[in-house]
Design a protein around this ligand. Structure first.
Ligand code: PGA
Length: 257
């Protein structure tokens, strides 16, 4: 079956309101006509500026995180409902930087995913092993645990979502997984989806993330196992990001919806 192809830019904690708006406008103005879902995930304080810059373009507005609670006395948090109100259509959940720095565990991520699903945000759920886990031969176990404990309890409603495989050792390091390494773990995720969701699992895109750039995107995205990319550093340059979108557009069997 053909799955939607995604390229999402995770801008992390970078930029100013004017640079965010300029970057979004540059992406919009030079976006190739390709059957690719393109999402921009700026810092939450820049969502409004980016929303204005991409209005009517078909580019999806995404957030980098959402709260596990619906609303109330949670200083500093941003709820899924507030993200939807802001124009977001998708949200990254479980990024390894939040797992590490904010100590987010699988139990918390289930609650965040539930809030995202409840508000019809498409979650981009991140999984990936650390270098220690890979060296110990525990990659499959680490990823399967994140799927079993962080994602599985939030499913069961048939709503769309996306998985991003992001080996922690490849994020922001310039060290990209080899295509066979990525394909092996994508296979683990794909088999998990088939077991958990049956034929419906076939529709779930599985993206690769971790030091994707204009030079390696073509090779990675040519793999039938890799349905797109979650891009960090390279998404801060419109030229780099658009080169990755073009590479994704070359994929066979992708669809726009
Ligand atoms: P990177 O980040 O492309 O800078 O490695 C990817 C990510 O964190 O999603």
């Amino acid at each position: 079956m053909s799955r939607a192809v995604w390229v999402a830019g995770n801008w992390k904690m970078n930029g100013t309101e004017s640079s965010a708006s300029d970057l979004a406008r540059q992406v919009r103005e030079t976006l190739p006509e390709r059957p690719v879902r393109v999402a921009l995930c700026p810092p939450s304080v820049h969502l409004a500026a980016v929303r204005e810059a991409i209005a009517g373009s078909g580019i999806l507005l995404g957030a980098q995180d959402c709260a596990a609670e619906e609303n109330g006395a949670y200083t500093g948090e941003v709820s899924a409902a507030q993200l939807v109100d802001m124009g977001c259509e998708c949200v990254i959940v479980g990024h390894s930087e939040r797992r590490r720095h904010q100590k987010e565990d699988d139990a918390l991520l289930v609650r965040k995913l539930a809030r995202a699903f409840a508000h019809r945000l498409v979650p981009l759920y991140c999984v990936g092993e650390t270098l220690e886990e890979r060296r110990a031969g525990a990659t499959d176990a680490a990823v399967t645990k994140q799927l079993d404990q962080g994602l599985s309890p939030a499913l069961g409603h048939g709503l769309p979502f996306v998985i991003a495989y992001e080996p922690v050792w490849a994020i922001g390091t310039g060290v990209v997984a080899t295509i066979p390494q990525a394909e092996e773990v994508h296979g683990v995720v794909r088999r998990w989806l088939a077991k958990r969701l049956g034929a419906l699992g076939d529709a779930i895109p599985v993206l690769y993330g971790g030091s994707v750039n204009r030079d390696n995107a073509g090779g990675l995205l040519a793999s039938p196992q890799i349905d797109g990319a979650l891009v960090g550093g390279a998404s801060l340059s419109s030229e780099e990001f658009l080169a990755i979108v073009r590479a994704a557009g070359e994929k066979k069997g992708g669809e726009a919806s």
